[in-house]
Write a protein that binds this ligand. Structure first.
Ligand SMILES: O=C(O)COc1ccc(-c2c[nH]c(CNC(=O)Nc3ncc(Sc4ccccn4)s3)n2)cc1
Length: 314
């Protein structure tokens, strides 16, 4: 199962692991890249020296291409951008902002640039800036989200631009990959599914919270601050919801949502931490090695495409 994305990014399988803050470390990125997908280090809100260590880790573990995700709301975004250019990272993805003014410098250093976009307008703007592809992320995703669903947004972006589209948000098995390819996407990006990879270094409590989650547990907080974030329902989200219902939109809500991610991922505090995860958490029931996650995805997608589609046509 190959697509134009495989040629563009020099990967065997059109599967990208999301560059999640605190979660996407060198170990996880290396395991996904070694298995033929594209592993991505998540810079999140970390400083350059911390991320440099993760880059060195990946380069020790595999010589396959890998990526770095730059979260543009990070206070350290500028130094991470300089690090990415110096390190000649094969693929750079960006989130939570517009990477417009950096695209040319990234590409001059030999990097492919693949921004996440939450709308058709931003996808069009990125194409005009000559980025290499876009990740179209639906509101089903965990973390900082847009308002449109993957099912509605992906085909509209595909009709609006001519560079490859990667579908993200609500995808965790072969059916999701088959659906994305049927919509015309060149591949998929998965975050929540790879949190439950054996090589993921997130706290066991964080992974267990995802395994236990049901369909309606991935709720959105922080709409009142303009930075909506999807996380699993817990004491923290209930407290934020009360503050927002009372109309007391305070900086505390922003801090609560994004400042508490580390507590959940690193310390395993899944009651007062921000357990960022997508709506697909309810589908994930096992912790598997990254290579198995990828193998299952490809095999199941090929079965769906061969069987379901053919039966429908006969
Ligand atoms: O500048 C503009 O026009 C706005 O552009 C954009 C607006 C939103 C996005 C966007 C949506 N989703 C993504 C990719 N996903 C993410 O970025 N997910 C994230 N999860 C946790 C994060 S940590 C955080 C979150 C909020 C505030 C501070 N820190 S970032 N990017 C991309 C571009």
């Amino acid at each position: 199962l190959k697509t134009e994305l495989c040629d563009l990014l020099n990967i065997e399988k059109p599967i990208i692991q999301g560059g999640m803050a605190w979660v996407a470390t060198g170990e996880l990125a290396a395991a996904v890249s070694a298995a033929g997908g594209l592993g991505i280090i998540g810079a999140g809100n970390a400083p350059a020296d911390v991320i440099k260590k993760e880059i060195d880790k990946v380069r020790k573990l595999t010589d396959k291409p890998f990526g770095l995700n730059i979260m543009l709301l990070s206070p350290f975004a500028e130094e991470i951008i300089e690090l990415a250019i110096t390190e000649k990272i094969p693929v750079i993805t960006t989130g939570a902002g517009n990477p417009g003014k950096h695209v040319k410098r990234f590409q001059a250093a030999g990097s492919k640039v693949v921004p996440v976009v939450p709308s058709v307008a931003l996808a069009r703007r990125m194409e005009r800036l000559k980025v290499d592809a876009v990740i179209v992320e639906g509101t089903e995703a965990g973390g900082h989200i847009g308002e449109l669903t993957t099912m509605a947004l992906v085909p509209q972006v595909i009709d609006a631009i001519s560079i490859p589209v990667i579908a993200a948000g609500g995808i965790a098995d072969g059916r999701g990959l088959a659906a994305a390819l049927t919509l015309g996407a060149a591949g998929v990006q998965m975050g929540t599914r790879f949190v439950c990879a054996a090589e993921c270094t997130a706290a066991e409590e964080f992974k267990t919270a995802i395994l236990k989650a049901r369909d309606r547990d991935a709720v959105v907080t922080g709409r009142s601050t303009g930075h909506p974030v999807r996380n699993l329902k817990n004491t923290l989200t209930k407290r934020i919801a009360k503050l927002e219902q009372a109309g007391t939109a305070t900086p505390e809500i922003e801090e609560l949502a994004t400042g508490r991610l580390r507590a959940a991922v690193i310390e395993g505090d899944v009651t007062e931490g921000s357990v960022m995860a997508g709506q697909i958490a309810g589908l994930i029931a096992d912790i598997l090695p990254a290579a198995e996650i990828i193998e299952n995805l490809i095999q199941d997608a090929e079965i769906v495409i061969k069987n379901n589609c053919n039966n429908l046509l006969n």
